[in-house]
Write a protein that binds this ligand. Structure first.
Ligand code: NAD
Length: 384
C-alpha cells in the first residue's frame, strides 16, 4: 500500500492530514508513505521530520500521488480550474481518498467518474464507536478553545477579576451561543481564564451540559424547543416565532456582555443569525465578538467572513476563516489521528490493506463512491 499526503492548497488552509507520528504508524501497518514537500510547514512540521519518520518527501503532487493507493487530505482535492494544480486528475483510479470533502452531487459524480473511492469524514455517524475518528468533534473542540484565546487577545481588559494594589479590575462577562462541541470547549476555556460565563443553546440536553461546566444557562424554552434535537444529536431548524422569542432573551443579555462567542450551526443550512446589528450596537466599546460560524454564513449580522470588523461603537467582530486552522499544530495532529484510527479500525493485517465492509455503519456513513459508482444514499441522484 502506498499512502500519499498532499500539501493543502485551498485558501486559509494551514493543516496537514498526516503527522510524523501517524506516518510511523502507517509504515508499521506495512505502508510506504509519500509526503509532498512543504505539506507540514504551516503546521510547524518540517519535511525532515517526515523523512525521519520514514516517509519519502515527494517534490510535487504528481510525484506524491504516483502509484498511491490511499490519499489523505484535509480538504477536497482541487479539481480542474480550481487552482494551480488539478489534484483530482493526478489521483490514481482505484485509490481510497479520505478528508473533509464537503462533497455535493457534482463532486461525488466526479469522484465516481475518476474511479476514486472517496470517503467524506464529515459524514461520519456520531456514534460512540466512531468518536475517535470524528474530525468534526476534534476540530470543533480546538476551534472553541482558539476562539476564546483570540477573544482574550483582542480584548482591551482581562478575563479574570484582577485585584491589585492600584485597584480592582472586574471579571469579563463572556456569553457563548451554541453549546455543542466548540461551545462547550469555549465555556471551559473562558472559565479557566477567569471569565464570568453564561451560555445558550436550543437543544434541551445542552442546558445541563452548560451548567455542569459552571456556566449560567440563558435561553428561551418552549414546547417546540423540547423537540429541538434530531436523532443524530444536531439542532433542528426551528420556527420564526421561536427565533423571535429567543432573540428577545438574547438581546437583553448581550448588552451586558464583554465577550460573545458564537458557534451555532444547523446541519445542512446556513448558520442561524442570532446577533443582530442592534444587539451589536447595544454592546460597550471594547467588547469582542468571535464568530466561529463565519464560514457557514455567520451567526452575527455584521460578520465579514475572513475579516475583523470594528463597528462604529467600538465592538470588534472576529470572523476569521477556518478556526481550527488557526491552531494548526494541534488540529493537524488530531485530524491525522482521526484518519489513522479509521484506517486501523478497517485494516486487514494479512493483506496489509484497508478492508471497508459496505454494511458497516461507519463505512456506509462515510463512503461517497466505490468502484466507480456513487454509493452514498444522500448522493444517489448523482450516480455515475
Ligand atoms: P453543531 O456544530 O452542529 O452546532 C453547534 C451548536 O449550535 C449545537 O449545540 C446546536 O444545538 C447549537 N444551535 C443551533 N441553533 C442554535 C440557536 N438558534 N441558538 C443557540 N444554539 C444553537 O453541533 P456539534 O457541536 O457538532 O454537536 C451537536 C451534538 O452532537 C452535541 O450534542 C454533541 O454532544 C453531539 N455529538 C455526539 C458525538 C458522538 O456521540 N460521537 C460526537 C460529536 C457530537
Amino acid at each position: 500500500m502506498r499512502l500519499a499526503v498532499l500539501k493543502e492548497r485551498r485558501p486559509a488552509e494551514t493543516r496537514v492530514a498526516a503527522t510524523p507520528e501517524t506516518v510511523k504508524k502507517f509504515i508499521g501497518l506495512g505502508c510506504s508513505v509519500a509526503v509532498e514537500a512543504g505539506a507540514g510547514l504551516a503546521s510547524g512540521i518540517p519535511d525532515a521530520d517526515y523523512a525521519a519518520a520514514g516517509a519519502e518527501v515527494a517534490a510535487d503532487p504528481a510525484a506524491a500521488l504516483q502509484g498511491a493507493n490511499i490519499v489523505l487530505k484535509i480538504r477536497a482535492p482541487l479539481a480542474a480550474g480550481e487552482g494551480e494544480v488539478d489534484e483530482l486528475a493526478l489521483i490514481p483510479r482505484g485509490a481510497l481518498l479520505l478528508g473533509q470533502l464537503q462533497a455535493d452531487e457534482k463532486a461525488a459524480a466526479a469522484y465516481a467518474q475518476a474511479g476514486i473511492d472517496a470517503g467524506a469524514m464529515e459524514l461520519l455517524p456520531r456514534i460512540t464507536r466512531a468518536q475517535s475518528m470524528d474530525i468534526l468533534s476534534s476540530q470543533a473542540n480546538l476551534a472553541g478553545y482558539r476562539a476564546v484565546i483570540e477573544a482574550a487577545g483582542a480584548f482591551d481588559r482581562g478575563f479574570p477579576m484582577l485585584m491589585t494594589a492600584a485597584g480592582t479590575i472586574s471579571a469579563a462577562n463572556v456569553f457563548v451561543m451554541g453549546a455543542g462541541v466548540a461551545g462547550l470547549q469555549a465555556i471551559a476555556t473562558a472559565r479557566r481564564l477567569g471569565g464570568r460565563v453564561s451560555a445558550t443553546d436550543v437543544r434541551p440536553a445542552a442546558k445541563e451540559e452548560i451548567k455542569s461546566l459552571g456556566a449560567t444557562y440563558v435561553g428561551y424554552e418552549s414546547e417546540e424547543s423540547k423537540q429541538a434535537q434530531t436523532a443524530g444529536g444536531y439542532a433542528k431548524q426551528l420556527s420564526a416565532e421561536f427565533y423571535a422569542e429567543q432573540a428577545k432573551v438574547v438581546a437583553a443579555h448581550i448588552a451586558k456582555q464583554d465577550i460573545v462567542v458564537t458557534t451555532a450551526l444547523v446541519q445542512g443550512r446556513k448558520a442561524p443569525q442570532l446577533v443582530t446589528e442592534a444587539m451589536v450596537q447595544s454592546m460597550k466599546p471594547g467588547s469582542v465578538i468571535v464568530d466561529i460560524a463565519a464560514d457557514a454564513g455567520g451567526n452575527v449580522a455584521l460578520t465579514k467572513p475572513g475579516e475583523m470588523v470594528v463597528t462604529e461603537n467600538g465592538v470588534k467582530i472576529l470572523g476569521w476563516h477556518n478556526w481550527p486552522g488557526r491552531i494548526s499544530g494541534a488540529s493537524s495532529s488530531l485530524f491525522a489521528r482521526n484518519l489513522l484510527t479509521l484506517l486501523t479500525t478497517f485494516w486487514d493485517k494479512e493483506a496489509k490493506a484497508p478492508k471497508l465492509p459496505a454494511e458497516d455503519e461507519i463505512v456506509r456513513g462515510v463512503m461517497l463512491t466505490r468502484g466507480g459508482a456513487v454509493v452514498h444514499p444522500s448522493f444517489q441522484a448523482a450516480k455515475a
